[in-house]
Every structure is written in C-alpha cells, then in structure tokens.
Design a protein around this ligand. Sequence first.
Ligand code: UTP
Length: 227
Amino acid sequence: MRIVVSIGGSVLAPDRSAERVGAHADTIDGLVAEGHDVAAVVGGGSVARRYIETARQLGATEYDLDAVGIDATRLNARLLATALDAPADTDPVESHEAARAAVRRGETAVMGGTVPGHTTDAVSALLAETLSADLLVYATSVDGVYSTDPDEDDAAVRHDHLTPGELVDVIASIETAAGSQAPVDLLAAKVIERSGLRAVVLDGTDPSRVTDAVAGDVDGTDVVPDD
Ligand code: UTP
C-alpha cells in the first residue's frame, strides 16, 4: 500500500523525548519493511504555538506567524527523519512534488508544512492526493472524530465510521462552535472528500495503533469513501 502518516507535533514530540520520536520512526520503518511506500507529515505542536505567540507579541503579520509555524513543523520533521532507518533525506521535503519524486525513488518522504494559510492536516491530505495514496492516517492526540468536541461536551459520541461527506459535515459543525477544536481541520476534510480518500483518525500517542490501522484493525474513526 501507499500510506501517508500525519503525526501531530504534540504526538511526536510533546517533550522532545528521543525515545518517543524513535518509537514513531520505528513504526514507519516497520511499515516500509513490510513493503509499503510511506510518506510522513509532521506538525508543530507546542514549539509552534510558543514561537507563534512570541512572534505575535512582537507584531508579526498573520502570514509571518504561519511562516514561524512552518519552521517549527520542519524542525519536528527533521527530528523524525533523523530517527528513520529507511532511506530518507534529513532535510524536510518542502513541496508535494518533491515528496512524490522522493517516493518514486523509493525513499520515505518526510514533510512539515508548505505555505502559509493552512495546517499540516491539509498538507497531509494534499500529499495523499498527490501520491494517490491508499490510506491516510492521522495520528492525533484524540482517539477519533466525535459528534462534538469531547473537551467541551460530555455527551460527545465517537464516530467509528464516516463517509468523506459526513466527515466534512461533522468537522464543519465542530469548527462552527466557538472554542471547539476538531481533530482534523475542514480544508483537510474537503480534500479527503473531493478525492474520495480513505482516511483514519486515531490516537497516535501509542504509534502501534498506526501499524494496527494499516493491518485493518482501526481503533479510531475510519473514513471510507462510498464506491
Ligand atoms: P500544525 O499543522 O502543527 O498546526 O502547524 P495546528 O493544527 O495548529 O497544530 P496542532 O495539530 O494543534 O498541534 C503549526 C502552524 O504552522 C502554520 C500554521 O500557522 C499552523 O497553525 N502552518 C503549518 C502553515 O502556515 N502552513 C503549513 O503548511 C503548515
């Protein structure tokens, strides 16, 4: 299979523990060893948030704040690439075209962000599109997509299965509620819908769940396109 693994910055390196980054790298190496083509996208986590907050206080424009965020995602991407055994450039891949070329060469492409205006959720969905990936796995800090934000609403129910269209509707309604945070952003959901991508949203704090999902054992939300 061709697989894109999207790892939230707060999942990969909440504490910059080498052991944790190594465990995520081992998971990707394991998938490559099984014969899968793998590309990874890494988010910025708390490092991005802290640098953005400081730059905001210094008067940076929103565009430049995004650029700061992209730098943080690439810092995390470099950590992951450094830990991989599979052939991978330790310089984070900066475009989807370069990622596709790397995968065609048999390498594991590791990306952070690309351009201002979106997040690595969208970068990952666009990468899955670019690669015609069979599976897009979002390794997040929550165990799936809920009906409402579980941090805000005790009655929130996890969706185990969604179509891409249903994913867009659920994410749109979560993002409309003030202060609520969706595990995958709306632009990413719309890309998943327009290309009919198969995607899984799971709790990636234990990276073995990614391996299980690839093997068909999904503990999270499984987004499966209708025929
Ligand atoms: P993340 O993808 O980590 O954003 O990128 P996020 O969704 O806010 O983080 P999590 O999932 O909650 O940890 C960090 C920031 O970098 C910028 C955005 O400002 C984003 O919020 N960014 C990232 C871009 O502008 N473009 C990109 O392609 C990626």
